[in-house]
Design a protein around this ligand. Structure first.
Ligand code: HT7
Ligand code: ZN
Length: 855
């Protein structure tokens, strides 16, 4: 397959004034008629006229009314056209029903829908399918009223099929989008849908019609999403000064979807799991995620749609910034420290392994074969961390000024990271040349700190370094903002948080006038996405756990104590560390602390995180030993807190009607964390009572999970299935839970049995992920010495690849850590990777992933 390089970027060479599309919908033979006005871009006039197209049945193509010959080239066609403005008219036929890859126009349960990011529009018609070609679209959709009473596209509706009084003929919708956009933001939906409607009045008094479109029967699951949308619209006005810019905003829920959601202009399309919510069927975690994703897609209207990317290498320009904005939103709606801890947990679980293994790539990659493989934790989450650092370095006011300038200067443009950095340089007068390395240099930097105290002066000596990553052997020092505060022996803050800017390989900072030796709290709020190496003992960590005034670092101190306790059990067979158990006990009893925060405190590093830490320290991780130590620590916590757990559980029961708000959700999180440990002591008695009484999914699922943990869940599992067999999203949970709770040695067998279940609809990405994603996430079971899980996953990746390459390729990352493990496991995993690589006709997506993982 061909590799595309950032350095080879060239503009298209033509400008589009407007695009008219007509869709004559048919499940197997949809006709797409395009009329496009092109004119030469006189700055660039050495290009052949090339349009992308993939899998299109060509009917006709005319230039200025004359039929033209198409010259087929890699990925599309070239056509001889005049070097002057001209009209392009083409007709193609496509088969939505046969489109199982879920890119372009496809069908999901009888409903037409599209997914065009990144390069799906070329499966709809001939077009310059690249983000730097922006145009105004008018779309006419025709179909039969029986199957598609509702037909939607981007922008403002001129005629609605569903409104018989208005439509020029039965079942025609016409939409016009006044805002120039790249083709990847195009969307069309048609089917039997019902709307949950509302209105929003913008900061300048314009009224916007809001609709969430769902299948009949799902109407009762829309109210929460609608509230989240209105909150997002208001927040973007209040915090970023951004007003919505169309008369309508539509969201559609779709069952078959490769990712979470898509920000198509004025017509966001959502995986139904990311928008539909009800107390009976959704957990608190689902509610919080839905709120965040609705916000994320909405915020793209400015960061992504009004200002888009010049090319796909600049993906982080919209994704990093939009993740950063949605994190700010969640922190404002809920709890800032809890959100920060959640985000760092996710970063360490998903981005660190990526950056420390064969898939490591810069936040702005320099080459790719298949762009779909670069919608990664590095581009998204590390991309957001980079913006967080920029804000920390320049300060809140300068960040605001820079963003105002960004919107003013670049509205309507397709931009680069250079444009983004320039805005900050111009508005702050700072040279950000070195900072830009965060976009171009891959890998997680290591920061080592040493303390010194002499003559009333306390000093911190830092070193930074980065390991080689694929294609990058030598690393330059980066700008690393390290937030530091100092505490005295009584735990009082004597120096409030200060930002130290590391720019050199080695650098020291001094704090004078300290008559007694202070205790530093370093990397507060996780001010940079680095690994901090600090040689401090348990008693110091226990002191910070009890006293740190920075909530993130207080949590981090507990986390490090748990981690070191686990590592010493794994490596030396030691019993759990008493500093950890004593410190945690005090904290759990502190009712002045937010329950959600205490619930996070009760967690411990995951088994795969521990494997990563051991590997980074040069030790080969043993999954069975890690599993045993993790279970032993949980049992030790249950024993040590036996007297306080029932009280914590009882005190955090929530009465009254269910609310997904942060406060009751935090209480449930703490009660359920306590339930997990109580179950270790009572064999599931408390969980059984909770299951029987549960009136919302958060309580029901946590009780079922505890029962499965106690191996007392068979009856409840069957009851759960019987109750929810008609709700796809709940049955996804039913599948996941069983995989999660399998014993390591039984994981492959359990998973294989589930794949034979009648409800295992493997072509549905949610269902596939609910089983195979959980198989890969089960550390001890996936890496079981038998290699059975490696083989099972490989079987299914091979089966799914011809059907849905994008979802297959994403799941290949389960193998990204294979070189961490012992020789036998490497042989087993290596053999499966080879087997996948040798499949004939492997998709470009999967072939790129497997070859990068194999190294
Ligand atoms: N911008 C979108 C990314 C995306 C996507 C979404 C759904 C299906 C396929 C997709 N390919 C790329 C989602 C987002 O970041 O908001
Ligand atoms: Zn996004």
């Amino acid at each position: 397959p061909q590799t595309i390089y950032l350095k080879d970027y060239k503009p298209f060479g033509w400008i589009i004034d407007d695009v008219h599309l007509t869709f004559r919908l048919h499940p197997t033979a949809t006709r797409v008629i395009s009329r496009i006005r092109f004119r030469p871009d006189y700055d660039v006039h050495d290009r052949p006229f090339m349009l992308h197209g993939e899998g299109l049945k060509h009917i006709s193509a005319k230039v200025d009314g004359h039929e033209v010959e198409l010259h087929h080239v890699n990925g599309g066609i070239e056509v001889d056209v005049p070097h002057a403005p001209f009209n392009w008219e083409a007709e193609v036929e496509i088969n939505p029903e046969a489109n199982t890859a879920l890119e372009g126009l496809y069908m999901s349960n009888g409903m037409y829908c599209t997914q065009c990011e990144a390069e799906g529009f070329r499966k709809i018609t001939w077009y310059p399918d690249r983000p730097d070609v922006m145009a105004q679209f008018t779309v006419r959709i025709e179909s039969d009223a029986e199957h598609t009473p509702v037909m939607l596209s981007n922008g403002n509706g001129l005629y609605y099929a569903q409104d018989n009084t208005q439509s020029p003929a039965p079942n025609i919708s016409i939409y016009q989008d006044p805002w120039p956009k790249p083709a990847y933001l195009f969307a069309l939906v048609a089917g039997d849908l019902v709307a949950h409607e509302d209105k929003f009045t913008t900061m300048f008094g314009r009224e916007v019609d809001l609709s969430i479109w769902v299948r009949p029967g799902d109407e009762h699951k829309c109210a929460f999403g609608m509230e989240a949308l209105k909150k997002s619209m208001k927040w973007d006005e209040d915090v970023y000064g951004r007003e919505y810019d169309l008369d309508e905003f539509n969201i559609v829920a779709v069952d078959d979807f490769n990712m979470g959601a898509m920000e198509n202009k004025g017509l966001n399309i959502f995986n139904s799991s990311c928008v539909l919510a009800s107390p009976e069927t959704s957990t608190d975690g689902n509610f919080e995620r839905i709120e965040a994703i609705i916000a994320h897609e909405y915020f793209h209207n400015w960061t992504g749609n009004r200002i888009t990317c010049r090319d796909w290498f600049q993906l982080c320009l919209k994704e990093g910034l939009t993740v950063f904005r949605d994190a700010q939103f969640t922190a404002d709606m809920r709890s800032e420290p809890v959100k920060r801890i959640d985000d760092v947990l996710a970063l360490r679980a998903r981005q660190f392994p990526e950056d420390q293994g064969p898939l490591s790539h810069p936040v702005r990659p320099e080459s790719f074969q298949e762009i779909n493989n670069f919608y990664t934790a590095t581009v998204y989450e590390k991309g957001a961390e980079v913006i967080g650092m920029l804000k920390t370095l320049v300060g809140d006011d300068a960040y605001k000024k820079a963003l105002d300038l960004y919107f003013e200067r670049h509205d309507g443009q397709a931009c680069t990271i250079e444009d983004w950095i320039q805005v900050f340089e111009d508005s702050t007068d700072r040279d950000l040349g070195q900072f830009k390395l965060w976009y171009t240099q891959s890998g997680t930097p290591n920061v080592t700190v040493r303390e010194e105290y002499t003559d009333d002066t306390f000093s911190l000596h830092f070193k930074q370094s980065s390991e080689p990553t694929p294609g990058q052997n030598k690393k330059l020092p980066q700008v690393i903002p390290v937030a530091v505060g100092l505490l005295n022996d009584n735990g009082e803050e004597v120096v409030p948080t200060k930002i130290l800017e590391l720019t050199e390989p080695e650098q020291s900072f001094s704090f004078e006038g300290h008559a007694t030796r202070p205790v530093p709290s370093i990397l507060r709020g996780f001010s940079a996405p680095v690994v901090l190496h600090q040689d401090i003992d348990n008693s110091r960590r226990a002191f910070l756990l009890a006293n740190d005034t920075d909530p993130f670092n207080r949590w981090e101190a507990g986390r490090m104590l748990a981690r070191d306790s686990l590592l010493s059990s794994i490596r030396e067979g030691n019993a759990p560390n008493s500093d950890y158990l004593v410190g945690l006990r005090t904290l759990l009893g502190d009712t002045s602390l937010d329950p959600a925060y205490r619930a996070l405190m009760m967690g411990q590093p995951s088994q795969s995180e521990l494997a990563g830490v051991l590997h980074q320290a040069g030790v080969t991780p043993d999954p069975a030993a890690i599993h045993a130590a993790s279970e032993a620590l949980r049992s030790a916590k249950a024993e040590a807190f036996a007297d306080i757990l029932p009280e914590i559980y009882a005190a955090n029961q929530v009465s009254g009607a269910y609310s997904p708000d942060a406060e009751p959700a935090g209480k449930r999180a703490l009660a359920n964390a306590a339930l997990g440990l109580i179950t270790k002591l009572d064999g599931g008695a408390t969980a059984a009572t909770q299951y029987a009484k549960a009136n919302n999914m958060t309580l029901q699922l946590s009780a079922l999970s505890a029962l499965l943990d106690a191996e007392a869940g068979d009856e409840a599992l069957q009851a759960f299935y019987d109750q929810w067999r008609d709700d796809r999203l709940v049955i996804d949970k039913w599948f996941s839970l069983q995989v999660m709770h399998a014993k390591p040695e039984a994981l492959a067998k359990t998973t294989s049995r589930l794949t034979n279940h009648l409800d295992f609809d493997w072509k549905n990405p949610n269902r596939f992920r609910s089983v195979m994603g959980m198989l890969a996430a089960h550390h001890a079971g996936f890496h079981h010495e038998s290699g059975a899980s490696y083989a099972l996953l490989a079987d299914w990746l091979i089966k799914l690849d011809p059907v849905n390459p994008q979802t297959t390729a994403r799941m290949c990352s389960a193998f990204q850590t294979w070189k961490r493990y012992d020789e036998d496991r490497q042989k087993l995993a290596g053999a499966q990777l080879k087997r996948i690589a040798e499949q004939p006709n492997l998709s470009r997506d999967t072939s790129e992933m497997i070859s990068r993982i194999r190294g």
